[in-house]
Design a binder for this molecule. Structure first.
Ligand SMILES: Cc1ncc(COP(=O)(O)O)c(C=O)c1O
Length: 429
């Protein structure tokens, strides 16, 4: 007897979650091992903190009380000592004393990476047919979360200063005319060094977005989901206050951040700051999922924040990524500047360069460019179209997300040379 589960036996939610691009992309990496991957958003192998984590774990386990506490189940909301340290961390990032943050440890939740919190928030706040406004482009795995709960993404274009407030306001006005404003529940903003565009939202725009969300909360509160995954990977310029810091009410912004990019995705510790009335349903939901993220990695992160080992490591990681970013930009200049119609952005942090090709060159998985890049030239990128919500007239198809996270500066230069040859080959027909 066959035990194959037919599609008809699956839940609506599994059908909504089917065929996510992230899985296909990960598989491409495995199937083409000879490729230089400018696709993976993984972090630099050499900068993974083996030594500081080893020292921390040895100290943690040398004391039997702290060892037992770390090896036991924790709480659904996360370790209290970690949430306390996270308040200090937030205060340092915002450049204010901890007492003036406007929230305490009861408003913080620790999650298994920030991805878990993005997913929990979609599950908790969005019904099928609800609307979440996203950037065009945006983080494609979040588009998967929205699809997974049957929510509709409506996109608002970004430029070099992030989401454009006038266009956000226009989108809300249009939805209002259509009688759909009550369905708008959230605006998703990757505030710093966006994945994939690399841009950060300027201070004026942060204020404008908070103001717009507040003013358009007519039928129900329109929450801002601020994803600050790359906040601590700033290479140039001055730090900016988060949208959360700019929200005087502290009831409009859902804030998420992660230690995956700055410390280790293997530890997979993320956290959030949530309005009081959102915390309870998120914890109820998380209770069903895991009743608390793994306690051991949380204990490690707590110690590394307290000892300063984390802060020291981040400085090292930033230096390494700055060199890699510079290698990618130098290679772009060297190999792409003479190709007409090719442009790219210079990120001030994070892991990604967003490159645009002439409109006549699609970059998708099935496109001649992707095929030539992977099969003939041995280089891989993330097709930009994955990062756009479906729109009338089709998603833009001529962009690429290039990551400098994994490769060495030499690998980046080689990968960019290979990619430029693939582009030139396709342009030549
Ligand atoms: C914008 C953004 N948000 C969230 C995440 C999730 O990371 P993690 O779950 O490891 O914290 C990522 C990972 O690539 C990301 O790029």
């Amino acid at each position: 007897m066959s035990h194959v589960l037919h599609t008809s036996g699956l839940s609506q939610r599994s059908r909504w979650a089917a065929d996510q691009a992230i899985s296909f992309l990960m598989q491409q990496g495995v199937e083409n091992p000879g490729c230089i991957s400018l696709a993976a958003g993984l972090v630099d192998e050499d900068s993974l903190p083996a030594e500081p984590v080893r020292e921390t774990v040895v100290t943690l386990l040398s004391d039997s009380a702290s060892a037992r506490s770390a090896l036991q189940y924790g709480t659904t909301q996360g370790r209290l000592d970690l949430r306390g340290s996270l308040l200090d961390y937030m205060a340092a990032q915002e450049g204010v004393p901890r007492e003036t943050l406007g929230y305490d440890a009861s408003r913080m939740v620790v999650t298994t990476g920030s991805q878990q919190l993005l997913s929990l928030l979609c599950e908790t706040l969005l019904d099928p047919g609800d609307i979440c406004i996203v950037g065009a482009p945006t983080y494609f795995v979040f588009l998967g979360c929205l699809a997974g709960v049957g929510a509709e993404p409506i996109s608002v274009p970004l430029d070099e200063n992030g989401m454009q407030p006038e266009l956000l306001e226009q989108a809300l006005a249009r939805l209002n005319e259509l009688g759909r404003l009550p369905q708008v529940k959230m605006i998703y903003v990757v505030s710093e060094f966006d994945n994939p565009s690399g841009v950060s939202v300027s201070l004026e725009r942060r204020k404008a977005i908070v103001d717009i969300a507040n003013r358009w909360s007519i039928h129900n509160r329109i929450l801002i989901l601020e994803d600050a995954a790359y906040r601590d990977l700033r290479f140039d310029g001055n730090p900016l206050p988060s949208l959360l810091a700019l929200d005087g009410s502290k009831e409009q912004v859902l804030y998420t951040q992660t230690f995956s990019k700055t410390l280790s995705p293997g530890l997979r510790v993320g956290f959030g700051v949530l309005p009081k009335d959102v915390m309870k349903p998120v914890l109820d939901r998380k209770g069903n999922e895991d009743f608390g993220s793994a306690n051991f990695p949380q204990a490690i992160v707590t110690r590394m924040l307290k000892s300063g080992a984390f802060q020291e490591h981040v400085r090292h990681v930033r230096d390494s990524y700055t060199r890699k970013r510079d290698a990618m930009l130098a290679a772009a200049e060297k190999y792409f500047a003479d190709i007409p119609g090719v442009t790219w952005r210079r990120p001030s942090g994070g892991l990604y360069v967003w490159m645009s090709l002439p409109a006549s060159i699609p970059t998708g998985f099935q496109s001649p460019l992707f095929q030539a890049a992977v099969k003939q030239h041995g280089v891989m990128y993330v097709p930009g179209e994955l990062c756009f919500a479906p729109v009338q007239g089709g998603r833009p198809k001529n962009h690429m997300r290039l990551s400098y996270g994994v490769q060495t500066p030499e690998g980046i230069t080689d990968g960019m040379w290979r990619l430029s040859r693939a582009v030139k080959q396709v342009l030549a027909g």
